[in-house]
Design a protein around this ligand. Sequence first.
Ligand code: MTE
Ligand code: MO
Length: 504
Amino acid sequence: MHKTLGALGGVVAAGTALAAGYLVADLTGGPWPVDAVGVQVIDWSPGPVKDWAVRTLGTADRPLLRVGICATLAIVAAVAGVIGARGHRRTAVALAGGLGVVGLVFAIVSRSAAGSTVDRLLPATVTLVVAVLAMALVTRSPTRQRVAAEQPVGFDRRRFLLAVSAVAVVGAGAAGAARFAGGSGQELRARVRVPRPTDAAGPLQASLDVPGISPFTTPNAKFYRVDTLLQVPRIDPRDWELRIHGLVDKELRLSFDQLLERRLIERDITLTCVSNEVGGPYAGNARWIGVPIADLLREAGVREGADAVKSTSVDGLTIGTPLAALTDGRDAILALAMNGEPLPFEHGFPVRMVVPGLYGYVSATKWIVDFEVIRFRDFSAYWTDRGWSVEAPIKTSSRIDVPKGFATIKAGTAVAAGVAWAQRRGISKVEVQVDNGPWQPARLAPVDGPDTWRQWTFRWNATPGTHKLTVRATDATGELQTDRQAPPRPNGSSGLHNTVVMVE
Ligand SMILES: Nc1nc2c(c(=O)[nH]1)N[C@H]1C(S)=C(S)[C@@H](COP(=O)(O)O)O[C@H]1N2
Ligand SMILES: [Mo]
């Protein structure tokens, strides 16, 4: 019984420490120790483990990582609590302190968007102090009694429960305060007025009206998210500055307001993640507003010999982009609006890069704060250090959105639909094959340019039984999508997407 209660005490003490740390993390923007450990785990994960996590867990790997770390902590804290309940209070407190120190060390070394050293260290420091105090409190009663009676009289249940309740109340208070105090930071976004673009996009095209098809424009809330942070940075645009430097004649420093005053273009551009499997969900299309990067490079004056840009996000993650992709006339931008709103925090607020035709990991730096003109041979970036290719143009891909795999549909005229993309080249044809029949052309939605995906629909006569639908696209240069299967690593998946349906 003491064991169970002791374990409970340990867990409550740890929970209270984490709640206090969470509150401080929320207030300062510094790393919650759990997230500091999590980000380091992400950085240390060997490529295949990370690929697997992105593939199978998608964005669910984030909460899962937190849960895993908290569960591990809970086990150690429970053991400490049991040790404490047996009268070894110092050991219990030392264990709690040890965990706290581990959190502090990770807060120091791991990538973080914290604005200052104090912000960076405060959450873990508070967690450490509260962990030690709380553990001392919940392991108090047995030791005291032993001293008084000069022999272990065992466990004073009443005192124990009192201490644990007190600690739990503090923890619940901190957790509750975190909900209100930190808030969502949405006022930072609400203050930004999305300017009218100098060069506006045409009217938004209507989506094909087929239930289940990806809409032409992906709503912000549904846009896929891939990054390596657990806490989303909440940068105040008033504090934001971008430094453009390196192999340039004149270094530029741009505030957010200065960016808003420049020539702004509005474009529909489809973003794609290199981790996307054939038929996978990691692609989305949005209407972006931003400053052409070529304008900035022209103003800064690129020096002879440069062939790359190394961009850095607020947490220190780096991305390498071919200079040519930023100067060859395509609509590469520093984006500040997405579908008519300031960028969502998850998608890079206040400013991110968007470059048509390149996978996100070599072009789409979110929360960007530094932009260095450089040579590829003089640096390596976060993902390329982890085995992904240095250069990564997007491969022609097509996807069947409906019917969903293994769906049951009615016999008769049926509709299949989906999207295809080949950013920079554009899609000129999509074909569908039923079982091993001939390739038949799908109907294509009109599109304005080569940088977005293109919706398609296909009507077919579904006869009872099991059927396989396969899709393939041809880009506007006339090149057929390859049927050669390749995994996402190292430079994007290839192969044809198919779907098996039951017809009755
Ligand atoms: N700062 C930062 N920017 C980043 C990443 C990241 O991990 N950190 N991931 C990149 C990858 S791999 C992709 S596919 C896109 C995804 O952008 P989204 O999350 O807005 O869809 O962002 C890119 N920009
Ligand atoms: Mo990606």
